[in-house]
Design a binder for this molecule. Structure first.
Ligand code: E4P
Length: 217
């Protein structure tokens, strides 16, 4: 499974990229608001930090506007993925961008039928929002499982990008269910390395090594 980091914070992206932990980046309008920088400049800098796929979302909700903005975003760098909402206009734009050879991420997916439509529109990625479904007492992971089964039934190549990931357990479950990618907030991504038994074990090894009086080099 690939990991994307779900942030527009350059320092966080750089740290995770340098640690070799990420394969790409996803952003959305709320994350751009948090970064408080002009979107084109921001995406350009992110694309200089990573050569993995970087999702930049259109702001328009109408087909013509999505086409105009998507082209502007795609011109920023070759690794830009045009993020489009799961609406009729978004699917139509997805189909056009796919025919032009551009990469797309269809976002705000909350049902298996929406995911089926996105695959038929040729989306590169579909983003089912696990956490936001869980927030409503609907099992977000069931959606990942349904989409995996449907895509496998028909051999769709659209990658399942598990989004709105909130906990390490979401990551584990998405991996078990065969999601192709998980986009994870930086803090959750870093927390995956943590285990108290690793910390305790390392502490004991360090102490015993000191008692040997040896040095490796
Ligand atoms: C996906 O691409 C979105 O940016 C993101 O995962 C949404 O997560 P949230 O529900 O925590 O805002």
């Amino acid at each position: 499974m690939k990991f994307f980091v779900d942030t527009a914070d350059i320092a966080e992206i750089r740290e995770l990229q340098d640690a070799g932990l990420i394969d790409g980046v996803t952003t959305n309008p709320s994350l751009v608001l948090k970064a408080n920088r002009p979107i084109k400049e921001l995406l350009k800098e992110i694309c200089e930090v990573t050569d993995g796929p970087v999702s930049g979302e259109v702001a328009s909700t109408e087909f013509d506007g999505m086409m105009r903005e998507g082209k502007i975003l795609a011109d920023i760098a070759p690794n830009i993925v045009i993020k489009l909402p799961l609406t009729l206009d978004g699917l139509k734009a997805c189909k056009h961008f796919t025919s032009d050879g551009l990469k797309t991420n269809v976002t705000l997916c909350f049902s298996a039928n929406q995911a089926l439509l996105a695959a038929k529109a040729g989306a590169t990625y579909i983003s089912p929002f696990v956490g936001r479904l869980d927030d409503m007492n609907i099992d977000g992971m069931e959606l990942i499982s349904d989409i995996r089964r449907i895509y496998d039934n028909y051999g769709f190549e659209t990658e399942i990008l598990a989004a709105s990931i909130r906990t390490p357990n979401h990551v584990r479950e998405a991996a078990l269910l065969g999601a192709d990618v998980a986009t994870v907030p930086p803090a959750t991504l870093k927390s995956l390395v943590k285990h108290p038994l690793t910390d305790n074990g390392l502490k004991a090894f360090v102490a015993d090594w000191a008692k040997t009086g040896q040095s490796i080099g």
